[in-house]
Design a protein around this ligand. Structure first.
Ligand code: ACM
Length: 270
């Protein structure tokens, strides 16, 4: 069994230290002191609604090394404290560009950084898209995929990760569209995997852009589509769930139906 914690926070744009403190306070209420995995939301400490490239650059961070920023240091320390995995989103400085990224730390070590491949809406103005590869991490409990928010709408991402062996997908998000939670149930069902989405709540209305209201409903979904836990729409919350990731090795849908063996890739081209 793995013990996972999904954090649904309510960040204030640009108040990185205040937002990290708030997440720390939320996590201090967890029941399991050493969860195997903590999933934090997309851009969980910076906030989401940027209004200029210079603002993105100003809030972007390096995730490791001597000039690592506060968000990377926070995740590193948290993973050292829990001796487990921590996945969370941040604006990542990369060779003069900024990507909308998620870092994966384990027990104080950076394992990898994934750059969001499918940028949503105004993100295309501020961030450089990730160029891959998709993110599959070997963990003590089996392969884990990582994708970020809008990546969910492209079923190829979760499918590719699942076909590569992912038993679960950690999914930092800042959902604003209403169909994210039900969409992710489908990603679980069609791939017979666990999905863990950490969304946020609150509204941002900045720089003349249309206001964004984040829809909460962070969730953990089983391979059967059962929602094991779901957070409220409007308030910050943590979810604590235990499950056996090995269940995702079984791709059976019905006694004579198998979600993977029955695929017909030769027909999947127009
Ligand atoms: C999103 O990709 N943050 C909607």
């Amino acid at each position: 069994m793995v013990n996972v914690v999904v954090v649904q926070n309510d960040p204030v744009f640009g108040n990185v230290s205040g937002n990290l403190e708030a997440v720390s306070r939320m996590l201090s209420e967890r029941q399991v002191p050493r969860p195997d995995l903590i999933v934090l939301s997309e851009l969980f400490a910076s906030g989401y609604q940027f209004v200029s490239v210079s603002e993105v650059k100003e809030l972007s961070e390096k995730v490791s090394g001597p000039d690592a920023g506060p968000t990377g240091s926070f995740m590193k320390n948290l993973s050292r404290e829990t001796k487990g995995l921590v996945v969370g989103g941040f604006p990542c400085q990369k060779d003069g560009r900024v990507t909308n990224a998620a870092a994966v730390f384990k027990n104080g070590e950076l394992l990898t950084v994934y750059d969001k491949v499918h940028l949503f809406d105004a993100e295309n103005r501020w961030f450089s898209p990730g160029e891959g590869p998709l993110c599959l991490v070997d963990t003590d409990f089996g392969p884990m995929g990582v994708m970020i928010c809008f990546d969910w709408l492209f079923p190829e991402v979760a499918r590719s990760l699942a076909l590569s062996g992912a038993l679960l997908i950690a999914h930092p998000a800042n959902w604003v569209l209403p169909f994210g939670p039900s969409g992710m149930i489908l990603r679980s069902v069609e791939n017979r995997i666990f999905t863990l989405t950490a969304n946020r709540v609150g509204t941002e209305s900045r720089g003349g852009l249309s206001p964004l209201t984040y829809i909460g409903q962070s969730q953990v979904v089983a391979p059967s589509g059962e929602v094991l836990a779901r957070a409220p729409r409007e308030t910050a919350a943590i979810l604590e769930v235990s499950f056996d990731p090995a269940r995702a090795r079984n791709k059976t849908v019905a006694s004579e139906s198998d979600a993977f063996r029955q695929r017909r890739p030769a027909l999947y081209h127009l």
